[in-house]
Design a protein around this ligand. Sequence first.
Ligand code: B16
Ligand code: MG
Length: 210
Amino acid sequence: MKYQGIIFDLDGVICSTDEYHYLAWKALADRLGIPFDRERNNLLRGVSRMASLEIILEKSNKTYTEEEKAAFAEEKNTLYRQLLSRMSPADLSDDVRSTLEELRKTGLLLAIGSSSKNTPYILQRIGLGNFFDAVADGNCITHSKPHPEVFLKAADMIGLPPQTCLVVEDAHAGVEAALAGGFDCAAMGDARDDERATWHLQRFSDLLKL
Ligand code: B16
Ligand code: MG
């Protein structure tokens, strides 16, 4: 592999918390009578919590105050964290677990670059709380993807320039963020066919073939 470090997105790459985001937003949207489905949910991948809420409210015929919006985001996050609390190391797929172990043996530096403020909790739930060399997440950035800040922060934390790191993403906003930061990008899941990506992964373990 020509890279010295890999920066992984979390939701949709390391674990399937994207489904829990959908269920929690869907419950809120249903309560507010706003149409929302899995296709629209794809627009929220990699996007911050408040920006996600704004996308959902685009389909509402009501306008809400900032206080109401903050309460909606809190309501969604409470439900989302209830779903996260059921996660355990068994929720890490064998494909991801064995690939991370193989990558660890190669001496590559491994980091997380996630928009999520729940990143530390998720990593702890799935047993990866101490695995990564650096974790950059929604708690340490002011601009969410597609801005490159979270990936630049992760690269800085592992002491590598962007040109030597690969970003792994499942969101179009994340692919855009990686390229804007000067990183190569391996796209998978929802973003797998994104033509801007450097690599296209069928599965996480395809990383070992690069
Ligand atoms: P939170 P990622 C992103 O994580 C999710 O893809 C996105 O759907 C979510 O809105 C965002 O985190 C913020 O999450 O509400 O937990 O702070 O894909 O960048 O790992
Ligand atoms: Mg993601």
